[in-house]
Design a protein around this ligand. Structure first.
Ligand code: XMP
Length: 517
């Protein structure tokens, strides 16, 4: 296990849907956090030397036979622990409490009365706060060495602490925004109880990440595939800072990129870094393979395989490459530690398009794998990447191929690129781009009737999609003002030949997905 020099808080994951959120809340306080499995051993914890530990919630009942249990010794290591919901129940059970299914399950916003303002709750919090509850069980019989810190109508121990050990618990979820003052409660734990200093800042992280890369790769050469997206761009910029000309970047134009995307990324890189950049025009290769293909999963597979082949061809032209850099992020790797086994069911095979297989024979450099997306953006900014790259909405690996329903043709790509560009321009000029997680146009090959001049037309439909989300697992459609939608629609119909109807997608995820294919 790597040596950690900055302060760290461990989030022990018992299968909570909120573990990422807890980790993020901690990092927002400039404290490094790491999500670990509930199977972590006291020895492993000792090596990581955390200032504190948060036990996450989880879907199980502590008394269920398959409930995730941690090593009980963790409670006796003299490290402050905050248990949230299941984590509270489990920790207090280990310390002698009785946990029962409550007669009145609590779900949603609940009033919570604070009894003690000296630890988790401070004087700024007043006597009552709204908290987000989501539990069927609760600690009912806490032994005498526990003190109740807050209660709700149905829950006498909405928050409690052990009188001697540094164990604190909350039955509610301070990490979700519905809990007013949730951040303050987390801050109190981190700063007052754990004694953190909050000095984990991006510039020092960059410095240590650069050193780590130098140490890992030594004098060897690294190749990095750029996609136009923020992750690969930041990974490349960081590695460039560490090893300069020993980094080579390959950027493949698969013919499925947005308007001017290929050119603008090349320009941005050439202007900002003297990186050894190899642009590859592989449009024909991809479009030929995709000809006549309509099934989305088939499209993804073809694009994925073709990308690997093109990348391999290009990388083989570069001499002596030992390492491959990937822009893997923290959320990509933490699914595997969740309490209930592997990743959730695959709805689309997507997230791996663009990932390169081990058979290529390179060793991996993944310098962003401890970071969340917003941290990657912050890093990119500090490394001097232009806002245009840093704040661009995410774009799927298979690109426009999965935004053209049905067969992909040059004409359709052209129509979609123009429509997409108009949509983005209008959203930008109305000041909405930065507030939206992802906005794009989709080509629907349905001919509908229109009137253009005196003539009837039978032309295609463009669907507009704009969503807000923080994690891309769930998303809501954006309530764009009618004027913005009207401008987009009339511009597309007037300016893009082959489109006579524009519709707005008002479905949320779930049950829909963000992309149409
Ligand atoms: P869905 O459509 O599953 O999308 O709600 C969630 C997020 O993933 C992106 N996405 C992809 N990204 N390859 C990718 O690299 C893909 O095949 C793919 N399909 C969807 C989507 O744009 C959204 O950000």
């Amino acid at each position: 296990m790597q040596k950690i020099t900055h302060e760290i808080i461990l989030v022990v994951d018992f299968g909570s849907q909120y573990s990422h959120l807890i980790a993020r809340r901690i990092r927002e306080q400039n404290i490094y956090s790491k999500i670990v499995s509930y199977k972590i051993t006291p020895e492993e914890i000792k090596k990581l030397n955390p200032k504190g530990i948060i036990f996450s919630g989880g879907p199980s009942s502590v008394y269920a036979s398959n409930a995730p249990q941690c090593d009980e010794q963790i409670l006796f290591m003299d490290i402050p622990i905050l248990g949230i919901c299941y984590g509270f129940q489990l920790g207090s059970q280990i310390l002698g409490a009785e946990i029962k299914s409550s007669e009145n399950r609590e779900y949603g916003n609940t009033k919570c009365t604070i009894k003690d303002h000296t630890s988790l709750f401070d004087d700024t919090l007043g006597d009552s706060i709204d908290v987000w509850m989501s539990h069927g069980d609760q600690a009912i019989g806490l032994p005498e060495d526990f003190q109740s810190l807050a209660y709700t109508e149905n829950c006498p121990y909405a928050a409690a602490r052990h009188k001697e050990k540094s164990f604190y618990g909350v039955q509610f979820h301070p990490e979700v925004t519905h809990t007013t003052s949730g951040n303050q409660i987390i801050r109190n734990f981190l700063f007052n109880i754990c004694g953190c200093a909050g000095d984990w800042i991006m510039s020092s992280y960059i410095k240590s990440a650069v050193e780590k890369i130098q140490k890992q790769v030594g004098n060897e050469r690294v190749v990095c595939g750029l996609s136009g997206g923020v992750d690969s761009a930041v990974a490349a910029a960081l590695i460039y800072n560490a090893i300069g000309s020993k980094l080579s970047c390959i950027f493949v134009d698969n013919g499925l990129l947005r308007i001017n995307e290929f050119e603008s990324v090349i320009e941005a890189f050439n202007n900002n870094f003297k990186v050894d950049l190899h642009p590859v025009n592989a449009k024909e290769r991809f479009l030929e393979k995709l000809s006549g293909v309509t099934d989305p999963e088939q499209k993804r597979k073809i694009i994925g395989h073709e990308f690997i082949d093109v990348f391999k061809d290009e990388a083989n032209k570069l001499a002596d490459i030992k390492y491959l850099a990937q822009g893997t992020l923290y959320p990509d790797i933490i699914e595997s530690v969740s309490a209930h086994g592997g990743p959730t069911a695959t709805i689309k095979s997507h997230h791996n398009v663009g990932a390169l297989p081990a058979e290529l024979g390179f060793e991996l450099v993944e310098p962003l794998k401890e970071l969340f997306k917003d941290e990657v953006r912050k890093m990119g900014s500090e490394l001097g990447l232009p806002d245009e790259i840093i704040w661009r909405h995410p774009f799927p690996g298979p690109g426009l191929a999965i935004r053209i329903i049905g067969e992909i043709t040059q004409d359709r790509l052209e129509i979609l690129r123009c429509a997409d560009e108009i949509m983005i321009q209008e959203i930008q000029s109305a000041g909405f781009y930065g507030k939206i997680a992802q906005a794009f146009a989709v080509f629907l090959p349905v001919s509908t009737v229109g009137v253009m001049g005196d003539e009837r037309s039978y032309e295609n439909v463009i669907a507009l999609r704009a969503v807000e989300t923080t994690d891309f697992m769930t998303a809501d459609w954006v309530k764009l003002p009618y004027e913005v939608l009207a401008n987009i629609s009339s511009r597309i119909i007037n300016e893009v030949r082959g489109v006579n109807r524009v519709v707005y997608d008002i479905s949320s995820k779930p049950p829909s997905t963000i992309e149409w294919e």
